[in-house]
Design a binder for this molecule. Sequence first.
Ligand SMILES: [Zn+2]
Length: 277
Amino acid sequence: MYSYFDLLQDIERFKLLGAEVGAVGYSESGLLIPFIRVGEGEKKIIVTGAIHARESLTAKLIVRQIDYALNRRIDGRIYFVPMLNPDGVLLIEKGADYFPQKAEFLKTAGDVYGGFSLWKANINGVDLNTNFDARWGKGAKNTFTPSGENYVGAYPFSQSESRAIRDFTLKIYPDATVSYHAKGREIYWYFYQSESDKKRDFAIAKKLNERLKYTLRKDETDSAGGYKDWCVSALKIPAFTIEIISDEFSHPLSDSALTEEEVERNLHLPLTLLGEI
Ligand SMILES: [Zn+2]
């Protein structure tokens, strides 16, 4: 699997190639959540991945997008945040004992959940993509006890990872955001926005989907508390959740699930988005 340490190595390479590298903030265990900025200009977007622990292949895809963007002239700034949930990714890789302070809780929760290979949450059992202040707690699958997935947390932004990306997003104030998930080959863009924003956002989603050729979702949602949901409702900007990888593959995803074809469909997407805003 693509590990947090693989990402740190890739970041050293990006520094040498001239990208700006920094930290969005820290995870609950105190790990840096890195960002990599490519390009110059007025327009700004943020591209995030691996907010769900078992989806570290999205970080691997974003690293490919960074390499691609570094080789091009870009009119605007792309802030890549490949791995929002490094603790969760490390939990899958190393197990509960890697986090001595949380090991007891994690072992119990892991037993209930059936191990860590399908884990989505952070090391407090909070599903970070339900922890944002956007109809918080009202999603169809939301739950209210710590678990490997779907637990919304005690209150919105109760977790350092969701606070970190909230504060970073408010600081950058992007024109649009992309949240990478896996899997299902779908693109989501709707979260109760106004009619005029709906028109704008659907049009952009259609453009993005010209290369993706995924399933373009309609103006309906049963989710809540996600990063995309919060970007749409709090910042009133276009924000997209993109589920990569065909449903022919099943979780836990092996590295081979990120095919070259999948990468190709997504490589140019941040640049396409910059062109549409
Ligand atoms: Zn996900």
